[in-house]
Structures are given as structure tokens and as C-alpha cells.
Design a protein around this ligand. Structure first.
Ligand code: RTP
Ligand code: MG
Length: 139
């Protein structure tokens, strides 16, 4: 069995709406193990590294501003195939159409803002997970 790790972020909308516990409970209930957990106020420098793949896209600046708008909860979860398992739990990017039963589908919707506020982030590959865990858990 290979053990895999992923970076999960509860974005400022999820934290502000007091959904941290509900989100973490779903990931634990699925069977994944919480390895690290912290609440952080992200800096612009950190977010520029985290979202480097999106530099230049129309939603990039609103996305960074959104992620600076309040505290974020950062977690590392571990388990066999946790990267794709968490992405499946989270649901698709647009919370309006994310499937019911997913985190985004059950808790999110379009608020008519400049960027999708969709509650959570999850690494999308093993390389991304390794890179993102280094960014958020440097200590
Ligand atoms: P994430 O990286 O947060 O796990 O989400 P994702 O893979 O599903 O989405 P991605 O394409 O990586 O985009 C990163 C985040 O940018 C915001 N976004 N808004 N057109 C829009 O309004 C738009 N497109 C992207 C979302 O917050 C998305 O999660
Ligand atoms: Mg992504």
C-alpha cells in the first residue's frame, strides 16, 4: 500500500461560515487521516506561489484578494489515493452545479462575485501536493 498526502484548504468563505468542522468531519468520515492542521492568515507572497499556475488568468487577482479576505484553515490529509479521493469529495469547481453530496454541492453556490467562492481547495496531483505542502507547512 502506498501512502499519499494532499493539501486541503478551507478557504475564507468556509471559515467565515463556520463550516471548518463540517468539512473536516467529511474528510475524516471518508477514512482519511488528519496529519497537520492550522488556521492561517495567508500573505500575498504565499498565495502567489500557491496559485502560480493561474497567473495571468482573468480570475487570478480576484482569487488572490478573496484568499486574503480572511483566515484560511490548512490541513494535510493522508491515505491511499487521498488526492483524487478529496477532489471527489469536494466536487467540481463551480459550486452551483457541483453534485449534491459533495462539499461544494452541499454548502456552496454562486454569490455573483468576481471569483467562485467554493469553500475548499485540494491538490490536483502528487507533484502539486508535494509543492503545496512545502508552501503551507514550511515550518
Ligand atoms: P482548487 O484549486 O481551489 O482546488 O479548485 P479547482 O482545482 O477546482 O479550480 P482551479 O481551476 O484550480 O481554480 C482555482 C480557484 O480559482 C477560482 N476560480 N474562479 N471563473 C471563475 O470564477 C473561477 N475560476 C476559478 C475558484 O475558487 C477555484 O477553486
Ligand atoms: Mg486547482
Amino acid at each position: 500500500m502506498t501512502t499519499e498526502r494532499t493539501l486541503v484548504l478551507i478557504k475564507p468563505d468556509g471559515v467565515a461560515r463556520n463550516l471548518t468542522g463540517a468539512v473536516l468531519a467529511r474528510v475524516e468520515a471518508k477514512g482519511y487521516t488528519l496529519v497537520e492542521l492550522k488556521k492561517v492568515n495567508a500573505t500575498r507572497e504565499l498565495l502567489e506561489q500557491h496559485y502560480e499556475e493561474h497567473v495571468g488568468k482573468p480570475f487570478y487577482e480576484p482569487l488572490v484578494e478573496f484568499m486574503l479576505s480572511g483566515p484560511v484553515v490548512a490541513a494535510i490529509f493522508e491515505g491511499h489515493r487521498v488526492i483524487e479521493g478529496f477532489r471527489s469529495l469536494a466536487g467540481t469547481t463551480d459550486p452551483t452545479t457541483a453534485a449534491p453530496g459533495t462539499i461544494r454541492g452541499d454548502f456552496g453556490r454562486d454569490w455573483g462575485l468576481k471569483v467562485q467562492q467554493n469553500l475548499v481547495h485540494g491538490s490536483d496531483s502528487a507533484d502539486s501536493a508535494e509543492r503545496e505542502i512545502k508552501i503551507w507547512f514550511q515550518d
